[in-house]
Design a protein. Structure first.
Length: 201
């Protein structure tokens, strides 16, 4: 599966993204990081998105006096992209899965530890999706040295990966149907991983 690689940068203090500096919930996250952070730890923001073969429809250009058409086959297969972005380096990891269940979230945790095998604790900013809070997911996270930091509810603007997913669907998936779900997912993963650090932030 396509994924970025761990840069090996050793960080003696936790990064403090600007979007986490307001509100009691965000302040609590920063305080926890400051209290428990060790050199070699990494801070990632993670999320998943659903890609359907049926394309999302967005505003598009058409010749004046005509209506834009989006050819579709009627098939609607799907793939799920799990993604994480390093909030200090902007390096990304993407894993393609058939679903977004607990087993899939656990596979992503294993992939993150594989990619960050020399890191200390992996801190994950994430929402409280059932796949994240599942007992087996939490047990695996502890065994892998991964600690979740829960983002406030209903605040997608605080999730850096969510912002990338929005741009992905607008630029890669909207108004066109791929031949099958697998090329769609591969192209989407390639787009996320092909961004420069400046573009990804």
């Amino acid at each position: 599966m396509p994924s970025s690689t761990y840069s090996g940068v050793v960080c003696s203090s936790p990064p403090e993204p600007r979007f986490l500096r307001k509100s009691p919930e965000k302040g609590a996250i920063i305080r926890r990081l400051r209290a428990d952070w060790h050199a070699g730890d990494v801070l990632l923001c993670c999320d998943w998105t659903l890609l359907r073969l049926f394309p999302p429809l967005r505003a598009t250009w058409a010749r004046k006096g005509t209506q834009a058409t989006v050819p579709i086959t009627g098939a609607n297969a799907k793939r799920v992209l799990f993604g994480a972005i390093n909030l200090r380096t902007a390096h990304r990891v993407v894993l393609i899965r058939p679903r977004a269940g607990a087993a899939d979230a656990q596979a992503f945790l294993r992939e993150l530890r594989r990619r960050y095998r020399t890191a200390g604790t992996i801190w994950l900013l994430a929402d409280r999706a059932s796949a994240h809070t599942a007992v087996r997911t939490q047990m695996l996270a502890a065994a892998l040295g991964i600690r979740f930091l829960w983002l406030p509810k209903q605040a997608p603007e605080l999730n850096a990966m969510d912002q990338l997913w929005r741009e992905l669907k607008r630029l890669v998936a909207a108004n066109r149907q791929a031949t099958s779900a697998d090329p769609l997912a591969s192209n989407a993963a390639g787009w996320v991983l092909g961004l420069t650090p400046r573009q990804a932030c």
